[in-house]
Design a binder for this molecule. Structure first.
Ligand SMILES: Cc1ncc(COP(=O)(O)O)c(C=O)c1O
Length: 332
């Protein structure tokens, strides 16, 4: 029996699971499905909302009135936290990696509009961000506030619950649709979505393999991070689970020029999926993972998705990240 922790209801759930009808036609005998987690909300959309349901509940249980979190300048997670914090009557402080742009766009525009306090740390100093967060917590405490720190991507033993719960939702989806997919595919950046699904697959006896496409870091990084988070999850929540059961699969080779920088092929894939089925991917996460999935499917039995007949792609959101990169799309 799973012992669940406190949880807020912040995401619009369950999200739909639908076939990607037109785009799938090019693959003989394979149907692609989309789990629409880009529809967990409008401004507060994507995978991070599922994790924040547990992280912010924990913050409130601890009596905190302020949230501090961190990420890239175009972080979807920071945007979701900034908006949710305000909706829940909490102060929000974001620590963003990089320089302040002249004109804020995409996610950053929403961060500013929602009135979050924003600090920038240059890339070269980024490893000091936990110290900076601790300084902010101390300043808040001196001013009579209590601040809760949520790590990058809400990826820790608390945020893990988001995609453990999503695995239970997927199980119900599969039963309703009488679907037995061979693979659940997702983009992995800080590892928490992949970790939650990989653990949830075991907890809820799903037969599909969770296959994550890296958009940053390598497979060993994600293995270590997931094992670390699941170990802490077991300790913190007194859960009985044998770590040997985790089947962690991370596909490398689709990061392209770097985190947040995509090749022309990824932009082309985004255009194709939008124009075939009206589904919008982003160039930082979902576009790269989707492009990787398509490439592996085309390799057939030699690819990472061999034997696939039904593949569920978890659409983790990221639409606001399209706009700051609009100049990379080519239209005839
Ligand atoms: C749109 C989107 N997809 C996927 C991810 C990856 O999720 P995770 O950080 O849990 O690996 C993120 C965040 O990093 C994201 O914003």
């Amino acid at each position: 029996m799973i012992k669940w922790p406190s949880r807020l209801q912040l995401a619009h759930l369950p999200t739909p699971l639908t076939p990607l009808t037109k785009f799938s036609e090019q693959f003989e005998g394979v149907t692609l499905w989309i789990k629409h987690d880009e529809q967990t909300g409008t401004e507060v959309s994507g995978n991070k909302v599922r994790k924040l349901e547990f992280c912010i509940a924990e913050a409130q249980d601890q009596g905190c009135d302020t949230l501090i979190t961190c990420g890239g300048v175009q972080s979807n997670h920071c945007r979701a936290t900034a908006i949710l914090g305000k909706r829940l009557g909490m102060q929000v402080h974001l620590i963003l990696r990089g320089e302040r742009p002249e004109v804020p766009g995409g996610n950053l525009l929403l961060d500013y509009l929602s009135g979050a306090r924003i600090s920038y740390l240059p890339q070269r100093d980024w490893r000091t961000h936990p110290d900076f967060a601790a300084e902010l917590q101390a300043q808040d405490a001196a001013a009579g506030h209590k601040a809760f720190f949520i790590p990058t991507g809400a990826t820790d033993e608390i945020g893990l619950w988001g995609y453990i719960a999503a695995s239970a939702e997927l199980k119900a989806d599969f039963e309703r649709l009488q679907l037995q997919p061979e693979y659940i595919v997702v983009a992995t950046g800080s590892g928490g979505t992949q970790g939650g699904l990989t653990l949830g697959r075991e907890l809820f006896n799903l037969s599909a393999q969770v296959t994550a496409f890296a958009v940053s870091d390598d497979a060993s990084y994600f293995r270590n991070k997931i094992i670390e988070d699941v170990t802490l999850w077991k300790q913190r929540y007194d859960q009985d689970f044998d770590l040997e059961r985790l089947r962690i699969q991370t596909i490398e080779g689709y990061i392209g020029p770097g985190y947040g920088v995509a090749t022309a092929e990824v932009f082309e894939t985004i255009k194709q999926v939008a124009s075939s089925d009206g589904v919008f991917l982003d160039p930082v996460y979902t576009g790269k993972a989707f492009h990787g999935m398509v490439n592996e499917l085309r390799k057939g039995s030699a690819g990472a998705l061999s034997g696939a007949r039904n593949v569920v792609f978890v659409h983790t959101g990221g639409l606001f990240g399209v706009f700051p990169q609009q100049h990379n799309f080519r239209f005839d």
